[in-house]
Design a protein around this ligand. Structure first.
Ligand SMILES: NC(=O)c1ccc[n+]([C@@H]2O[C@H](COP(=O)([O-])OP(=O)(O)OC[C@H]3O[C@@H](n4cnc5c(N)ncnc54)[C@H](OP(=O)(O)O)[C@@H]3O)[C@@H](O)[C@H]2O)c1
Length: 264
């Protein structure tokens, strides 16, 4: 990867879950890591771990990327580096009735889950296109492929990432830049735990972040999509090819209302 894309990989959400697994796997391939999250102690712990385990350079940036100032600080903080691999992994999720949350809350999710990855892909993708090499792994979700009642805004944000990344996969190939979209299903991380949903009881497989990260990195330079796990692949196939969209919407309304304990 280092030979193909360059020395530095930038990972947002690098201190936990899928982002941390991606940062670890990129470092294990000899790439130096820019690790982005808000919590300084977690960033320092990760930096120490990666430097000790893989003898790579690590730069940590403690910024809140749900704000445009945070995105600007991030870009400024690496202005002296050539970022060869970009993984804008951090995101926030929301659930419940769309109309019950304030519009400002939805606006923050839009900034974090859509504007941030878009702005970073635009900035670093532009530099990669000029150099004629680089890789971007955008992180969507199974939610981006499906009709998601009670997670409507999160699903819509992830559908945006899916559409953007899929189109960039083909468009950026002209510029020598590899773009893929990782669409995890339920994964054993704090984000999944915070939803309060028992995914296993819904018949869904809960994967470990390491396996999810491996599937994402394996897609770079090969495929537009990485859907980790056989059960997740079957789920996407069923919900996009087999079941009509109206039926999928009704099915998910039933499943998600039960999973989230929503009284209809
Ligand atoms: N887990 C799943 O089941 C699942 C399923 C499908 C898709 N995904 C997607 O996979 C990605 C990673 O999810 P995950 O479950 O691995 O997340 P996670 O374990 O909850 O980790 C979130 C990371 O993002 C950072 N972060 C959160 N808010 C931030 C902010 N405002 N500014 C900067 N950093 C911030 C966190 O650190 P700080 O709190 O210190 O900032 C942490 O490093 C997301 O795009 C998610 O939508 C996850």
């Amino acid at each position: 990867m280092k030979a193909r894309y360059g020395q530095w990989a930038l990972v947002t959400g690098a201190t936990s879950g899928i982002g941390r697994a991606l940062a670890r796997q990129l470092a294990s391939q000899g790439l130096s890591i820019v690790a982005v999250a808000r919590t300084a102690t977690a960033l320092e712990a990760l930096a120490a771990e990666l430097a000790a385990a893989h003898s790579v350079e690590v730069r940590v940036l403690g910024v809140d990327i749900s704000t445009r100032e945070g995105i600007a600080r991030l870009v400024e903080g690496v202005s002296d580096l050539e970022i060869g691999v970009l993984v804008p992994c951090a995101a926030i999720e929301s659930s419940g009735y769309f109309v019950d949350a304030p519009a400002e809350t939805h606006g923050r999710l839009l900034e974090m889950d859509c504007y941030g990855p878009m702005a970073l892909a635009h900035h670093f993708g532009g530099a990669m296109a000029q150099r004629g090499r680089g890789a971007i792994l955008l992180v969507s979700s199974l939610s981006g492929w499906m009709v998601q009642p009670y997670m409507a805004h999160y699903g819509a944000a992830k559908a945006y990432i899916l559409a953007l990344g899929e189109a960039l996969h083909y468009e950026m190939a002209d510029k020598g830049v590899h773009v893929s979209v990782l669409s995890p299903g339920p994964t054993d991380t704090p984000m999944a735990a915070n939803t309060g949903i028992d995914f296993a009881s819904m018949g869904m497989a809960v994967m470990q972040p390491e396996a999810v990260a491996r599937a994402g990195l394996a897609a770079l330079g090969r495929r537009a999509h990485a859907i980790p796990g056989l059960r997740n692949k079957v789920m996407v196939w069923m919900m996009t090819r087999l079941v009509p969209r109206w039926a999928a919407g009704r099915m998910f309304r039933w499943m998600m209302s039960r999973a989230l304990g929503i009284a209809r």
